[in-house]
Design a protein around this ligand. Structure first.
Ligand code: ZN
Length: 250
């Protein structure tokens, strides 16, 4: 079990590479990992997720530059989230599908935090995954219908497009395209829950940041991370959340 969790941390380590390199339009395969400051290639024992960072006390072994705690944090987050998907779905096709989506969302979230963009390549992968997920659900008769998925695309993309127009750029094009792609995964019912959760969490965090005076009223808080959290909660706990929500009124 611990070995499997460590394997998940390695996937998280790969996500760190994607988060750093995709917006810089660098290859995610070559060259191998190197210090972002002195460019010294990392030795195998420096590539162990979390462990290496702790052993080297968050510094490059060659130049001593501080390596952000976010690297091990992303690795741990990946391990924890995929474990949560497993606890909900067991070892099933859905586990692999939702895990794939979760990995894409982690990369998207941190790229949006760093650069305020959601790369089209990631959104296309979300959309392609959504088509496969939809097709699998149709064959097994377990998922949403094509009509529900089409409505999901229209509602997800359309609602965010409307916000972008009304707020004069308060919502980016990347958010609109991502929401449309997620409509393929969740249909209109699920995409409504994604929107509901992402706006509630986004609202709470924004108010918190305002109180802490971390961000001015006008300054930009990227919305992608909230879509990421709302989507993960919908994918893994959607049914429980809906039951809990309605049980409050009965
Ligand atoms: Zn270095």
């Amino acid at each position: 079990m611990l070995v499997l969790f460590f394997l998940l941390l390695f996937i998280g380590s790969f996500l760190n590479v994607c988060i750093y390199r995709i917006p810089r339009e660098e290859s995610i395969v070559f060259p191998g990992s190197h210090c972002p400051h002195c460019n010294t290639p990392l030795k195998p024992f420096e590539l162990l997720p979390v462990v290496s960072w702790l052993a080297l006390r968050g510094k490059c072994r060659t130049c001593g530059v501080k390596i952000s705690a976010r690297y091990p944090a992303v690795e741990l987050l990946t391990g924890i989230l995929i474990t949560l998907v497993y606890l909900s779905y067991g070892l099933s096709i859905s586990f692999f599908a939702i895990s794939f989506l979760t990995l894409l969302l982690i990369v998207m979230t941190f790229i949006d935090l760093d650069h305020q963009i959601i790369p089209d390549g990631l959104t296309i992968m979300v959309a392609v995954g959504g088509v496969f997920h939809l097709a699998y659900g149709l064959i097994g008769n377990t998922g949403i219908t094509i009509g529900q998925a089409a409505l999901g695309v229209l509602i997800g993309g359309g609602f965010f497009l409307a916000i972008a127009i009304v707020s004069n750029g308060g919502m980016g094009g990347g958010d609109i395209k991502l929401m449309a792609a997620l409509g393929l995964w969740f249909g209109w019912q699920g995409i409504l829950l994604v929107m509901f959760l992402s706006f509630i969490i986004g609202g709470i965090v924004s108010v918190g940041l305002l109180i802490a005076r971390r961000k001015g009223r006008k300054s930009m808080v990227p919305f992608g991370p909230f879509i990421g959290i709302g989507t993960f909660l919908t994918a893994v706990y959607g049914n429980q959340i809906i039951q809990w929500y309605f049980s409050m009124f009965i």
